[in-house]
Design a protein around this ligand. Sequence first.
Ligand code: AMP
Ligand code: MG
Length: 407
Amino acid sequence: MSSRPPLRSLDDALDDLLGRAAALGATEEVATFDADGRVLAEDLVSALQVPPHDNSSMDGYAVRLAEIADEGVPLPVSQRIAAGQPAQPLQPGTAARIFTGAPVPAGADAIVMQEDTELADGVVRILRVPDAGQWIRRSGEDVTRGAVVLRQGQRLGPAACGLAAGIGRDRVRVARRPRVALFSTGDELVMPGTVPPDQMRPGAIYNSNRFFLRRLLARCGCEVTDLGIVPDRREATVEAMRGAAVDHDLILTSGGVSVGEEDHVKPAVQALGSLDLWQIAMKPGKPFAHGRIGDAHFIGLPGNPVSSFVTFLLLVRPFLLRLQGAQRVLPAPLLLPAHFDWPRPDRRREFLRVARNAQGGLDLFANQSSGVLTSTVWADGLLDNPPGQAIAHGDLVRFLPFAELDA
Ligand code: AMP
Ligand code: MG
């Protein structure tokens, strides 16, 4: 490891990485109940109108407008239509009792809500003259027959699963889950549960990255093989990598990608395939590696917990979503006022840990060090600050909510 690779911008690194993320191709059919978080591998076309018929959006009476010249008109009630029941054509000179969701009878052109009526001896008096089409939900106002309701490449959330079900789909075709092998590196790492806090040897730290990386991977649709802490021996590392490359789409490691560092992951990847080390002009973050071992991708994240977390959200997650064919891989930023000053910005693009306050502004966590994971838990998102840009109280800044970055 000699000279430092040149700094590159995050946008450039992301474009490069996404360019390497050829879609997995393979798809599977899953129950719509299980499709939340998966990426659609087909267009969903509706074979029916939703709603299927004009129906009432109120409990009340279906009437003919032309028969209600003025307030107080009495109309005999000629039928009763509940949701799910068929309607007979509306007899002239009558009203139909109707309930929310029930089909509007042919001939009726408005619904009068029951609060605007008086009923006595089977005759309803209409106390308010209705507007044309009032309280009628039109057939197809949600979905028309033949419409594409969800497109290939769309990531499904709970509402989209409901919409798919609404056009009759109990199963949908989605991209298969990326298979990811996860390694942690570093001789200082100890697994919680194996050594109690008061018996940790000097220099030892608990492995926190493994815990959030595993959950972040699962949340973006991956099947994770957690291979633990990679043993600090060259041969063992090469063997572990070789094995993982056979049946995984991605080998993800944390730690050991800083320039010049003594570690076994980089030489192992180089021995088995190819490796590009990147220095990204972002803070936290900076060191990042992408490589190939056979058909498997390799990505090396920095070891500092906040760097690892942020580079996962801004680079690895988009990469994994793109492997699944997702079109949209990053949220659009919100513009919100900073409720703090940041007079000495970094030359690199910074991702500050901030939280929304009750006044609609952003507060800054006091310690922005890349080792301070507390900042990431306190915060509810990242402030994306351009290189060298000072922030004054009240300035509008770009905010990326964690809720959209880690879902
Ligand atoms: P590295 O990128 O390996 O130079 O690590 C940078 C810093 O992150 C060092 O202080 C490491 O001890 C720390 N670190 C690396 N891996 C982890 C991990 N899995 N959990 C917590 N801290 C880590
Ligand atoms: Mg290390």
